[in-house]
Each structure stands twice: as structure tokens, then as C-alpha cells.
Design a protein. Structure first.
Length: 306
């Protein structure tokens, strides 16, 4: 009799175990090209662009297996993809855990959804190759190598600070003038170094008033060799804006500013040929396209005011 029961268990138990394992699978299943959100992720986007991602109750999103910048504001998650560093078009994989359909039964990492995204390299039509004149190069390179290194380290540290308690407000252009040099346009230095423009240049004569793009706190206000007189505003959640080459700084470090409040006057200090405002938008140490950012962000921040 006992033997019969054991025989029955021998048949039934593996079946039960197999069924249980199906309910709690330990392996990851890759599923291509999902559309988990009302706004699908595009397949191609320009470098420095922004995409909006859904809130998946705090779960991480990955770009090429690395968690990427996200921000929680206005009740949604946002993410910035793209920096000024890529020189070539590249296909990235965006990964996210799927929303479990039966949260109690399904292992949270059971499904990883993969979306392929091509980040477009900066187009040749995005601006002419700018060559810095030798006299400007000479002026900023006269010596001070150590000082320049310290200053760029100071800027790097300043933009790394994330203040979670500040909620970003809507963004506006710091001066309502035309763009004279686009984001990610190619730049060449006389020493052969090549880089892509980290922000936009806005036309501004010396003395033109420059206004804070959004509410924030002055993170840095200093006269430096390469950026000239520079103001960095901290807008919270890893968002920063930078204002370069100012003739005059009108704010102090640590001071709270409101969107539209004067932060300085435009000028031609630092590594520049003529007066203009260089404006950067930084999100968790990534330099995005300020105009794309402003347009994208405006949609959501204006909705949140209704
Ligand atoms: Zn510039």
C-alpha cells in the first residue's frame, strides 16, 4: 500500500514541481520590440534628444545594460538619452522589466523587454565645422594649465550634485534671440582636438541681460579661463543649466533664483571670438540639446499646472 502511494507521489510530484517552476521561472526571457507605454519609444532619435518613459514603480531602465538617467517629476518618469560624445550613429538597446500581469505569481525579472534605438550622429547640416582662431587659442593657453585643470574639475563636481528636494519648474530660453551655433555642431581646436558643441550659442551683444531658465539655486558663479564668467544653476533632480562667457555675474553662489530672474550680462569672456551666450542643459552629467529639452519639458510642465 505504502509502495503504491510512493509510486503515485513519484509521478505526481515532478508534475507539480514543473508547474510551480513555470509560475516562478528563474531565468530571464528576452522579448524584442515591446510597446509598454502609451507613447512608444522611437526607433531613431537625434543625439542629445529626450525620450519620455513610463513610471514602472521605480524599476530601473537600462541603456546597453547600464542604468540610465531618469527623473521623477510631474508624476512621470523621464529619461535623457544621448550626449555630445557619440561621433557615429549607433544602435542602443533599451531594456526594462515588463510590468507583471500577476504580481503575486510572476517573478519580477522574468521578462526583460528590449527595444532597439538608433541614436543619430550629429548631421553635417547641423552646423559648419568651427575652427577656433589662433589668437583666441593663444590667449586661453598662455599658461595656467594647472589652474584650468582645477577649474574644469570644479565644474565637473558642480554638475554632479543632485538635489532631490528641488522640483524642476518649466524651462525658458535665457535670452530670446536666434541660435548662432547648434547643439552638437563639430568644433576643431588648433591643437587638432575635435569635439562637439555641448550646448547652443544664442546671439547676445555684450551687456544683454541673461535670465535664469528655471527656478533653482546658484551652484557656481566664477570667472574661469576657458568658460569665462560662468554661472551654473541647480534646478534639482540632477538638472542644471550653464551660462558661459558672461561679461558680468549678477548672482552669488547659494542664492535661490526664480525663472526669468537676471543672472548676468552677456559678454565675450573665456575661449570665444565674439560676444554671445553659450547655454547648456545638463541632466545627471549628460549634456542634452537645450532646445529639444525645453520643447519636450514644456509639454509636461504646462500640463502639470492645469
Ligand atoms: Zn557655445
Amino acid at each position: 500500500m505504502t509502495e503504491v502511494i510512493w509510486n503515485k507521489i513519484g509521478v505526481v510530484l515532478p508534475t507539480v514541481l514543473a508547474a510551480a517552476l513555470q509560475l516562478f521561472p528563474s531565468h530571464e526571457i528576452l522579448r524584442e520590440d515591446f510597446a509598454p507605454i502609451s507613447q512608444p519609444i522611437p526607433h531613431i532619435m537625434p543625439v542629445g534628444g529626450l525620450i519620455t518613459l513610463p513610471s514602472l514603480s521605480g524599476k530601473a531602465w537600462f541603456l546597453n545594460r547600464t542604468p540610465f538617467s531618469r527623473i521623477e517629476a510631474f508624476g512621470k518618469d523621464y529619461a535623457v538619452i544621448g550626449t555630445t560624445t557619440p561621433r557615429h550613429s549607433a544602435v542602443y538597446s533599451v531594456e526594462a522589466p515588463s510590468r507583471p500581469q500577476w504580481p503575486l505569481l510572476q517573478h519580477p525579472t522574468q521578462m526583460i523587454s528590449v527595444h532597439h534605438l538608433t541614436i543619430d550622429k550629429p548631421g553635417k547640416d547641423d552646423g559648419r565645422d568651427l575652427r577656433l582662431p589662433a589668437n583666441v587659442w593663444k590667449r586661453v593657453n598662455e599658461d595656467h594649465d594647472d589652474k584650468k585643470r582645477l577649474q574644469s574639475e570644479k565644474v565637473r563636481l558642480a554638475i554632479s550634485e543632485i538635489q532631490e528636494d528641488i522640483v524642476p519648474s518649466c524651462f525658458q530660453k535665457p535670452v530670446d534671440n536666434i541660435v548662432t551655433s547648434k547643439y552638437s555642431s563639430p568644433r576643431n581646436l588648433p591643437n587638432g582636438r575635435f569635439y562637439l558643441h555641448s550646448g547652443v550659442d544664442l546671439r547676445a551683444r555684450t551687456g544683454t541681460m541673461i535670465y535664469a531658465a528655471a527656478d533653482g539655486v546658484v551652484q557656481l558663479a566664477e570667472h574661469m579661463i576657458v568658460p569665462g564668467r560662468i554661472v551654473i544653476l541647480n534646478h534639482g533632480q540632477g538638472l542644471m543649466t550653464r551660462y558661459l562667457h558672461l561679461n558680468e555675474i549678477l548672482v552669488k553662489e547659494g542664492q535661490a533664483v526664480k525663472a526669468g530672474q537676471p543672472v548676468g550680462r552677456a559678454g565675450s569672456t573665456g575661449r570665444v571670438q565674439a560676444a554671445h551666450l553659450h547655454w547648456d542643459v545638463i541632466w545627471k552629467k549628460q549634456y542634452g540639446d537645450p532646445l529639444a529639452f525645453q520643447r519636450h519639458w514644456l509639454k509636461y510642465c504646462s500640463l502639470s499646472r492645469i
